[in-house]
Design a protein around this ligand. Structure first.
Ligand code: MG
Length: 255
């Protein structure tokens, strides 16, 4: 079911957006060579407690997970790109890290992700992150009343295809509201002018993610961590966006 939020409700979602943005910023700052993924999870956990927020991940247990997630953060390193379950791993020079974080404040959820390289970057990783960011920007710019869902998908996919990347359609964006995952599914490629008509009050997570040389994925035995099938690295960026009467409102915009 597609739910539309009133302007008042969208205002009520702002604290969740600001909080999630602050955690993503803190994680990006802390991520460095020698930092353990479990320390990043602990940092996010502490920020949740201090803010009186609620984790969307810790008890999350959809059919594909082998067990409840148990952590408050997704950390995906190198050939892992989505849903990475934080584990005892110390970041090494040149690692490509994607963090994905969702939490509720006052009963409203926000969801955001970003990729960073720690230590000495590989140029191709910086390029991959840049492509994902440009695809996100294009998707956000298409998130306007009167457009259709396919316009967002097409905007994202066009950036990726224009750079020679192929797009996986199994995992993409989603509605956000009282819970983390709602309708509609926001695919990372699609036909312009097709699909749901976008109306003010629709709040969605837009989340392009791309792999260097494949769109095929495989799951770790933990049931969560998603890796490229060919070992190539991935990047993932995400914002929670409200469609308004005017410009798209990026609720998780970072200061
Ligand atoms: Mg997310």
């Amino acid at each position: 079911m597609i739910e539309l939020r009133t302007p008042t409700q969208i205002e009520q979602m702002r604290p969740a957006g600001r909080f999630v943005a602050s955690v993503i910023s803190a994680l990006a700052e802390k991520a460095d060579v020698g930092v353990n993924l479990l320390e990043l999870d602990e940092l996010a956990h502490r920020m949740i407690k201090d803010a009186g927020a609620e984790s969307c991940y810790i008890d999350y247990h959809p059919s594909f997970g082998a067990m409840p997630f148990g952590k408050v953060l997704c950390t995906s390193v190198n050939d892992a790109v989505l849903h990475g379950l934080p584990f005892d791993y110390t970041l090494q020079d040149g690692d490509l890290l994607s963090v994905d974080f969702a939490a509720a404040v006052d009963g409203w959820v926000a969801d955001s992700a970003l990729s960073v390289v720690v230590g000495t970057p590989r140029q191709e990783d910086l390029w991959l992150i840049d492509v994902a960011q440009r695809a996100l920007d294009a998707g956000i710019d298409a998130a306007r009343a009167g457009n259709r869902l396919g316009d967002i998908s097409h905007a994202i996919g066009s950036v990726a295809r224009g750079e020679g990347l192929s797009v996986n359609l199994q995992f993409g964006g989603h509605g956000v509201g009282r819970t983390m995952h709602g309708d509609p599914h926001v695919a990372n490629d699609g036909q312009p002018g097709r699909g749901l008509k976008l109306r003010p009050g629709l709040v969605i997570a837009i989340e392009p993610w791309f792999l260097h040389s494949t769109d095929e994925i495989r799951f770790d035995p933990d049931g969560w961590t998603i890796r490229s099938a060919d070992g190539s690295r991935g990047a993932h960026v995400e914002h929670t966006v409200a469609i308004t009467d005017g410009d798209p409102l990026v609720l998780t915009a970072r200061a």
